[in-house]
Design a protein around this ligand. Structure first.
Ligand SMILES: CC(C)(COP(=O)(O)OP(=O)(O)OC[C@H]1O[C@@H](n2cnc3c(N)ncnc32)[C@H](O)[C@@H]1OP(=O)(O)O)[C@@H](O)C(=O)NCCC(=O)NCCS
Length: 412
């Protein structure tokens, strides 16, 4: 049996081999153009895995990103990605060793107090202290049934198709304003925009080429955009086109509503699909017939607090809170202990304490409630969080909860 060495990616060629290995485990063929896009935002020192001297037996890594927390603070996050173990090496503990190496590394680096990831399978990461913290929805409907409530104000702006260069000129500023307070939103520097709007055969496999629309205010200010892919189709009785919506952002409600009308009234389109919408996507509330928009809830992002005290002090709380948490963390034992959390809408402090605890919670469930999308009260009702002081689960739920559901528009 060949010895496996845990090491980081060394150079460009090594990165190409790393991508070939991880795509193979994902049962995909690496797309050269996509790999070039990754290269632009990948820090090789953060990409690692087990190597047998000839090839990568496993891969993992993270991107240093900025995430928005409840209350609007933007903080560094390790956005975990590229996790694979080859079929020849699976179920021998390689993933466990990589998670150990990565979480120790994040802690030692000290830049990020938390890590986040999307899981291919939801069973994988709970054991490493990742909690499922958000949900996404897949919205589908027949566009002719998706009329708006009468009182919806569409404003006097105009929407028109545009090209990639124009979208790139205005989209980033619109995105930043439109999502400034969205919990879970990640900053999207230039290379990530290139990745977001890229097109190739693989991305077109269910639809046509990617298209863009911009909304302008009457004074000419760009204030909204849509990214979408039409799929043309016909039957004997006429057109049955589908619009695959990838993203809709606007800096004000009128622009948001008007862009949606532009999309939903496109000629020859009969149905729409918006994969990756927030659970509380405002489109749902604009409709006269809310039932006409089907909403399938799917899992969103997993959160892992690497430094519990620091992470809890970074976010804001929806109500004043003064609570002692007894945290259990088997995989990152440095977090195990009691913490006094005091905070509210203006900020928070969190310190180790010997005071008696109000609630006992695992690192995994603390990760789950961290972005405000999962209720501490419901985790208590499920028996996963222990309420030690009567009423504290509800107090924790009100403080940790947030009026806007977390949503993570970017995939990584
Ligand atoms: C998921 C994957 C990385 C696991 O790697 P691995 O080296 O086999 O994992 P380990 O041997 O360290 O397993 C650790 C534990 O997790 C469990 N586990 C691992 N993968 C699991 C899965 N997909 N579903 C359920 N449990 C899983 C193992 O059974 C083991 O449990 P145990 O400690 O009780 O015995 C690997 O199967 C893989 O590459 N899958 C395809 C790509 C993928 O989905 N990657 C994840 C991207 S988010």
């Amino acid at each position: 049996m060949v010895d496996l060495i845990l090491r980081t990616v060394r150079d460009d060629n090594d990165f190409t081999a790393f991508n070939a290995a991880l795509h193979s485990v994902f049962l995909q063929d690496p797309q050269d153009d996509e790999v070039e896009l990754y290269r632009a935002f990948t820090d090789f020192d953060r990409m690692f895995g087990f190597h047998d001297g000839a090839r990568w037996a496993s891969t993992a890594g993270d991107y240093g990103k900025q995430v928005t927390l409840p209350g609007g603070a933007q903080v560094p996050v390790a956005a975990v990605t590229a996790v694979t173990v080859s079929p020849a090496h699976r179920r021998r503990g390689l993933l466990t060793q990589m998670m150990r190496y990565q979480l120790d590394g994040i802690r030692a680096r000290g830049t990020e107090a938390l890590a986040m990831l999307f899981a291919s399978e939801t069973m994988i990461y709970g054991r490493f202290g990742y909690g499922l913290a958000s949900q996404n929805t897949v919205l589908t409907g027949q566009v002719r049934d998706l009329g708006f409530r009468q009182e919806v104000d569409l404003g006097d702006g105009v929407v028109a198709e545009t090209d990639a260069a124009t979208l790139l000129a205005h989209g980033p500023a619109i995105f930043d304003r439109a999502t400034a307070d969205l919990p879970g939103r990640m900053a999207r520097p230039h290379p990530w925009w290139d990745y977001q709007i890229h097109d190739n055969d693989e991305r077109r496999k269910d639809s046509g080429r990617v298209r863009f629309a911009l909304h302008h205010e009457p004074d000419g200010t760009p204030s909204g955009f849509a990214i979408y892919r039409p799929k043309s189709d016909w039957t004997a009785t006429g057109p049955t086109g589908t619009l695959h919506i990838e993203e809709v952002r606007a800096t004000n409600p009128r622009a948001y509503a008007r862009i949606w009308r532009f999309l939903l009234e496109m000629d020859l389109v009969r149905s729409m699909k918006y994969d990756g919408a927030a659970v509380d996507e405002p489109l749902r509330y604009l409709l006269a017939d809310q039932r006409a928009l089907q909403c399938a809830v799917v899992d969103g992002i997993f959160v892992r607090l690497v430094d519990v005290a620091r992470a809890l002090a970074l976010r804001r709380y929806a109500a004043p809170v003064d609570i002692v948490l007894d945290v259990r963390d088997e995989f990152c034992p440095w977090n195990t202990g009691r913490y006094r959390l005091q905070g509210g809408l203006d900020g928070a402090e969190c310190e180790s304490t010997d005071a008696p605890a109000d609630i006992a919670i695992s690192a995994r469930d603390l990760g789950a409630i961290y972005l405000g999308g999962i209720s501490a009260a419901q985790l208590t009702a499920a028996g996963l969080v222990d309420e030690l002081t009567p009423g504290s689960a509800l107090r924790a739920a009100v403080a940790f909860g947030w009026p806007v559901a977390p949503a993570i528009p970017d995939h990584f």
